[in-house]
Design a protein around this ligand. Sequence first.
Ligand code: SF4
Length: 229
Amino acid sequence: MLRVGGVTPLSASDWPGQLSAVVFCQGCPWRCGYCHNPELIAPRSDREIPWREVMDFLQRRQGLLDAVVFSGGEPTLQAGLPQAMRAARALGYKIGLHTGGMYPRRLAAALPFADWVGMDVKAPFAEYARITGMKDSGTPVRESLQLLLASNVAHEIRTTVHPALLADDEVEEIAHELVALGVKHYVVQAFRSQGCSNEILRSSAPRARPLQELGADLAENFETFLVRA
Ligand code: SF4
């Protein structure tokens, strides 16, 4: 049903406030330099876990965990995602979904089975290719974001900031684009070097000013706003 590249049995951070198991879906069409799960980018892996084994694990953890988060890679790459979400929900779990938003129609098919979505907005929409390595990749993200906002599914919109890839004024530009689309809850998070295979990005460029300071300027635009430093 689903190509799974890994499972984290217990996480308190992938869906804030929920104790979750995280199912890492194999495959992603983008090539973000700061990706911290590069082993999940290829469409297939010799470390895949059969979906049946994932379901067996989830059955054993019933009553011990709140939720299952489908992450990646890019979960919406796989047509089997909605069915997998439905199967996990039938075991009594709440369902979270992490997505980059590159497949709006597949996101629309998954949203009825999601209780919460964490969606990345990586750059001003016109500048996406610089982060993802894929031309015009911001266009479907805008569409996905509009679908998510219209769905009434609880969500978190977040931007990962690496100072070499995203200048402070570009973060401000993203925030303005989000406000214009009706985003009310926004998180800005600092790049984490853990797992990143890009040596140059790992050694990290210095920030012009602290992310908290930038965040203080943005906060008033949103109902809830958070900096994860
Ligand atoms: S979209 Fe996510 S999984 Fe895909 S390359 Fe970018 S950071 Fe990695």
